[in-house]
Design a protein around this ligand. Structure first.
Ligand code: AMP
Length: 119
């Protein structure tokens, strides 16, 4: 059984967050340490620790991440110029919170996607 993270408490509203959206499958809230003018996390309500733990039964919730990302990008006014969606996976992917989440990042132009050498 995977261990819960702070995201489960946010989803259950046991701790505060700047929540923008919630339905039966996913929750979206602003990242506490934004890396771009718009930085929103979209999270499946059920705990899937990493992208490496995804099963076919998760496909509905994971598809919902994209439709909610689209809606929130439109609401944030970043849909026309574009944005980046990121899912980090485990240590080499620089994942810090082990509850799978999609970052929606926009409001300014991103740099190149990959940094050749990790710091
Ligand atoms: P990752 O490195 O992909 O696991 O991203 C984790 C993200 O969660 C980081 O961008 C953090 O700033 C963000 N984060 C951690 N704790 C919170 C919190 N309590 N509320 C909102 N965002 C958080």
């Amino acid at each position: 059984m995977a261990e819960e993270t702070i995201f489960s408490k946010i989803i259950r509203k046991e701790i505060p967050s700047d929540m923008l959206y919630q339905d039966d499958l996913v929750t979206a809230f602003r990242d506490i340490n934004p890396a771009m003018p718009t930085h929103i996390l979209i999270v499946p309500n059920d705990l899937i620790p990493t992208a490496a733990d995804v099963e076919p039964e998760h496909e509905l919730a994971l598809g919902r991440l994209f439709t909610v990302a689209r809606k929130l990008a439109e609401e944030a006014g970043i849909a026309e110029d574009g944005y980046r969606l990121i899912v980090n996976c485990k240590e080499h992917g620089r994942q810090d919170v082990f509850h799978l989440h999609m970052h929606l990042l926009g409001g300014a132009k991103h740099g190149p996607m990959l940094i050749k050498k990790p710091d």
